[in-house]
Design a protein around this ligand. Structure first.
Ligand SMILES: [Zn+2]
Ligand SMILES: [Zn+2]
Length: 267
């Protein structure tokens, strides 16, 4: 475990202001994130706030200029670390639509994609129903039932699982994001189908250090495909930036070679 160190972290959130009010989500300033990343010896740090479609935490596209200006200021002040402005775009529907459109990808240094509640798109009733079903699934022990289906030797089935899987796979294939964040979090997915889409598109699968849904068993299933992994801290507080021990622990427990993780380096 202690043989490995993290080289970069592309999944961090910062304080944002929308319509003059602070969005009460992450507490870190960009400078605090950068300082913590330097303290932990990272060579690169990415700021990846939620895509603009998220009703409560979404990054206002109008704030991008200010984010870039702050990034430039910090880059001059701390030339020993590379600072990137990315986004954690939200998966909207079955067509693979994200709340960051392909024509806007170039406004960011990289695009991650993930499933979150709080995104409603053009069909808000359908979206609300899906979030509600996923929430109920989670609260009523759906995760262990899903694990039971896998453990029983058959690929899991069910309309909710197929619905979520189809959305995630379409988003990966259509947008080719750099990474899919916390696959399986907040919703059931067929992790093998997601891994297959990642293999086909070169998309990294995130081992989220905070959300544990790429479980040891799911990691074993995903690792059967020719995919790369990336560990993301998903830090919403400065001290969580660059944390990776829990992710590494699951990876090792799953017997996956840490060399397959793009941001781990042997000490
Ligand atoms: Zn997320
Ligand atoms: Zn996140």
């Amino acid at each position: 475990m202690d043989k490995w160190s993290l080289t970069f972290d592309l999944h961090t959130h910062t304080r944002l202001v929308r319509n003059g009010k602070e969005i009460t989500h992450a507490v870190s300033t960009m400078e605090e994130v950068v300082l913590e990343a330097r303290n932990k010896g990272l060579v690169k740090i990415g700021i990846s706030n939620h895509g603009p479609g998220h009703v409560t935490y979404g990054l206002p596209m109008s704030s991008l200029e200010a984010l870039r200006a702050e990034k430039e200021r910090l880059q001059d002040k701390y030339p020993d670390i590379e600072i990137l402005i990315g986004v954690e775009a939200n998966i909207i529907d079955h067509s693979g639509l994200l709340d960051v459109r392909p024509e806007d990808f170039a406004k960011f240094d990289y695009v991650l994609a993930g499933y979150h509640y709080g995104i409603f798109g053009e069909h808000p009733v359908n979206a609300a129903l899906l979030h509600g079903k996923n929430w109920l699934w989670e609260k009523t022990g759906g995760r262990s039932r899903l694990e039971g289906q896998w453990a029983g030797g058959s690929r899991p089935k069910g309309s909710l699982l197929e619905d979520n899987t189809q959305r995630m796979v379409a988003a990966i294939r259509k947008n080719r994001p750099l990474a899919v964040t916390h696959p399986g979090d907040k919703s059931p997915v067929d992790i093998e189908e997601v891994a297959r889409a990642c293999e086909a598109t070169g998309t990294w699968m995130e081992i989220n250090n905070f959300h544990k849904d790429l479980t040891v068993e799911n990691l074993k299933r995903a690792a059967k495909f020719d995919v790369k992994f990336v560990i993301g801290s998903d830090a919403h507080k400065p001290e969580r930036v660059g944390c990776f021990a829990e992710g590494l622990e699951r990876l090792i427990a799953a017997g996956v070679d840490p060399e397959r993780v793009v941001n781990l380096k042997k000490k």
